[in-house]
Design a protein around this ligand. Structure first.
Ligand code: EST
Length: 304
């Protein structure tokens, strides 16, 4: 009985900083850790736009002030990232969760340069800046964990997600490379490979309606393929989208496992396609299988 609460008094709290906490996985993880019954964590929940903090505040209403704080941080602004470090009372972060990210769907020709650049600024350079800022402290203390919200789309191409996948592939290369050297410093890097998540993602589908003005710039064949993709996407979300709670267990494992893995797969559903990509290095087999999976309404052989 007493042991259960020993953490509260005897053990130092693990300081966890999470980016992108205004919604989705970031919000969920901040709430989960801040509500820990043994109060083992001190959570710094960061977000770019503090006017979006109400939902998070509502969810953590009963949390102790010692376990939870919200900070403004824009991962695309290096000054903002450095200013955040200054505000951390403990002057150390044990676990850094790089979660801030943005998605982009649609035919490549429809994206403006600014839109594409923003995807890379947030997903890739935002992650790089955040890691850069917290790495010297972790190296000095010879301990730390870096957890990154990645995606199935970081490991394999998904039609009409070209730029998003490009940014997540880059994140994968960044983290896999870093992990090799960071072993020397007892710093563990973990990528959480999420599939579709049950958020209000599908409710926003109308924003990429094929009859949208932005799609008028593309040929009719692409438009009809995109319409087919959206239909497939709907089915995928209905059939395999995971609840945030289920996904958060993987984050907990990456935080708590004595020797965390480089990759955690939140779902096994895409594993046959992932393995096909890796085992047939020429790549055509994957391209064919993914095409069949998305555009012919039939599942891949491995999925049948
Ligand atoms: C995976 C397989 C597939 O055939 C279609 C889709 C569409 C939506 C994709 C998802 C997927 C994989 C995971 C994502 C998602 C959009 C955002 C998410 O990260 C790439």
């Amino acid at each position: 009985m007493y042991l259960r609460y020993a953490h509260m008094f005897l053990m130092e709290k693990k300081v966890v900083l999470i980016t992108g906490c205004s919604s989705g996985i970031g919000l969920g993880l901040a709430v989960l850790l801040a509500s820990d019954t043994c109060q083992r964590f001190k959570v710094y929940a960061t977000m770019r736009d503090l006017s979006k903090k109400e939902r998070l505040l509502e969810c953590v209403r009963n949390c102790h002030v010692d376990t939870f704080e919200i900070l403004q941080m824009d991962v695309t602004d290096q000054h903002s990232v450095l200013a955040t470090i200054e505000k951390i009372k403990e002057q150390r972060v044990d676990v850094l969760v790089c979660n801030a990210g943005v998605g982009l769907m649609g035919p490549l020709e429809c994206h403006t340069y600014e839109t594409m650049k923003n995807i890379f600024d947030v997903n890739l350079f935002g992650t790089i800046s955040t890691i850069q800022a917290f790495l010297p402290g972790m190296k000095q203390r010879k301990t730390g964990r870096i957890i990154i919200s990645s995606s199935v789309g970081g490991l394999q191409g998904i039609p009409f997600n070209d730029v998003y996948c490009a940014s997540k592939f880059a994140v994968e290369g960044l983290c896999e490379s870093l992990a090799i050297v960071l072993q020397h410093f007892n710093i563990h890097v973990s990528l959480i490979e999420c599939g579709p998540v049950s958020t209000n993602f599908m409710n926003n589908l109308h924003t990429w309606d094929p009859s949208d003005g932005c799609l008028q710039c593309v040929d009719s064949d692409t438009r009809s393929l995109y319409a087919q993709y959206l239909q497939h996407c709907k089915t995928i979300f209905q059939d395999v989208a995971q609840d945030t709670d289920e996904i958060l267990q993987m984050y907990l494992e990456a935080i708590e496992a004595p020797l965390p893995s480089l990759r955690y797969f939140t779902t096994q559903f895409f594993m046959p396609l992932t393995k096909l990509k890796l085992s047939c290095a020429g790549g055509s087999e994957y391209v064919q299988a993914m095409h069949k999976f998305v555009f012919s309404g039939t599942k891949t052989e491995e999925h049948q």
